[in-house]
Design a protein around this ligand. Structure first.
Ligand SMILES: Nc1nc2c(ncn2[C@@H]2O[C@H](COP(=O)(O)OP(=O)(O)OP(=O)(O)O)[C@@H](O)[C@H]2O)c(=O)[nH]1
Ligand SMILES: [Mg+2]
Length: 220
């Protein structure tokens, strides 16, 4: 790679970081908890958010943005919860960027949103470098993907605040080694909390909702 290209990339990332910092301040001032959900394609991000939005709507005001290269299928799934939802289609881009979040929320009144979920584009590589102004970054890892993902994609696990082992209802069927997975997560990010969750049978949902509630800003 030539030095010129490296420099352009660095400038783009710097611009993203500055905007993300401004967004983070805006979210904090509005009292909106922003959660960036990342994983490889098909690990269960939308399924997790479908159930989460439906349950959270009983006690607070959640909303969601969802990024995909194409289609608004995931937005349609999430909108069935009744929460405000917007799809961001990225075309050829493998991650969301801060300016896309800024545009997508432009018409929303943040003070009316307690928790904003951002489902990132399914990818364990690109989203790790792009700050979206979130307060929490959650990385999902489905039991069907094997235990070694943290070792192969350390950057995303290292930049996350919480790891989730999803599709835990399938763990036995695919002979998933939970202890090995936890060891791998902690070898990359010592001490990171790990939740086990199933959107099929609801396992782990109470812990997940409690964790969100603990991070939600108190509204007066
Ligand atoms: N058994 C089981 N299947 C699940 C669970 N969560 C999701 N799935 C299934 O996994 C598949 C993919 O789930 P999605 O929620 O669409 O995954 P995603 O991460 O949003 O996928 P992309 O948006 O394409 O990256 C679907 O067929 C879901 O029904 C779970 O907890 N248990
Ligand atoms: Mg999805």
């Amino acid at each position: 790679m030539t030095p010129r290209i490296v420099e352009v990339r660095r400038n783009i990332l710097k611009h993203n970081d500055e905007l993300a910092r401004r967004l983070r301040t805006q979210f904090q001032e509005a009292g909106t908890l922003v959660v960036n959900v990342v994983s490889s394609p098909g690990s269960g991000k939308t399924a997790l958010l479908e159930r989460t939005l439906t349950q959270l709507r009983q006690s607070c005001r959640p909303a969601a943005l969802v990024g995909d290269l194409a289609t608004d299928n995931d937005a349609a799934r999430l909108a069935r919860s009744g929460a405000p939802v917007r799809q961001i289609t990225t075309g050829t881009l493998c991650h969301l960027e801060a300016h896309m979040i800024e545009t997508a929320i432009a018409e929303w009144n943040l003070s009316e949103i307690d928790v904003l979920f951002i489902e990132n584009v399914g990818n364990l590589v690109c989203p790790s470098s792009w700050d979206l102004g979130e307060a929490l970054r959650v990385v999902l890892m489905a039991v069907t993907e094997g235990e070694d993902k943290p070792l192969k994609y350390p950057t995303i696990f290292n930049s996350a605040d919480l790891a989730m082992l999803t599709k835990i209802d399938l763990a036995q069927a695919v002979e998933f080694d939970k202890r090995a997975a936890e060891t791998n997560v902690h070898s990359v990010r010592p001490g990171m909390p790990i939740l086990e969750i199933s959107t099929k049978n609801g396992e782990g949902f109470d812990d997940w909702l409690n964790l969100l509630t603990a991070h939600t800003y108190a509204h007066t």
